[in-house]
Design a protein around this ligand. Sequence first.
Ligand code: ADE
Ligand code: ZN
Length: 344
Amino acid sequence: MNDSGETTASPIPPESSSIPLIDLHRHLEGAIRPQTVLELAEQYNMPLPRELEALRPLVQVTSPEPDLVAFLAKIDCAALPLMTLDACARITRENVEDAAREGISYLELRFSPCFIAQSHDLDPAGVVEAIVDAARLAERDYGVRTNLIGILCRTYGPESAMRELDALLTQREHLTALDLAGDEAHFPGELFIEHFRRGRDAGWHITVHAGEAAGAPGVWQAITELGAERIGHGVRAIDDPSLVEVLARQGIGLEISLTSNVQTSTVPDYASHPLRQFLEHGVLATINTDDPAISGIDLPYELRVAAPAAGLSPAQIRQAQRNAIEIAFLDEDERAALRQRLAD
Ligand code: ADE
Ligand code: ZN
């Protein structure tokens, strides 16, 4: 993507790097290869274009969308051919393979079972099991340490989210954390307090999309009422200096995704992004991909192109990667091992 918000069609190939690359915020449904969408559409005879170049504008953002909901519509389209549990397993495996190709050492991959299940009435618990099983095999085969995060999709309302939570809980010990995603502007976190109480009781870590399509109060709510240890995006927190101070003081990390934030019109361009300010205030802000296939980017692109365009110095980019180690949902032994690799 260039500074006016246009994406390049193919990602920049990764170069070898001594830094252990970490992506803490990547959506499975937003990281389906366009080629796979094409093949599944053909396999299941879906009403989608049969040519990659005709399909691409439906599943990839090429210039900023007016808002988050318009951006999310591309994911709806990419997920349309997920007609079977085999298709869910395939995209999971390919996600981990793609992370390996990018040079990622540790990946937190998140997904909403109801979002995936909804178009073709799949069983949400079956979707969770298929993804968990495929991720474990792919982790072994591609050597990318992978933790899974279950998402409650706020766009379908609190009752659907409760069913979604029940489906996620069937694989409780195979998921690391619980998240809330979807249409933040119309479905505030106040609707999901009981869901997150149950998620915390299940022993999961908590991260919440907030401060992306709505303001700083949603970030406060995520922390104080949902128990968020990390915030997905959190861009609008910059409007409230007392919130920035709390984020820094309490070590509540931000999962920033620069290109996504431009493409959802959360910020007007890379240069206006507050990531640099968060880092300068000591917030544990990180750099992630969000929906790399939809955005037409990968993690090396975000680190080498987007981050400098957002005004980060090489030292600040390194700091963001160091922050990712500190806020990763890992046990202390694995965190120490990543720290050691950074020091080597
Ligand atoms: N689902 C996928 N990407 C998302 C984003 N950036 N915000 C909210 N929900 C999402
Ligand atoms: Zn996200």
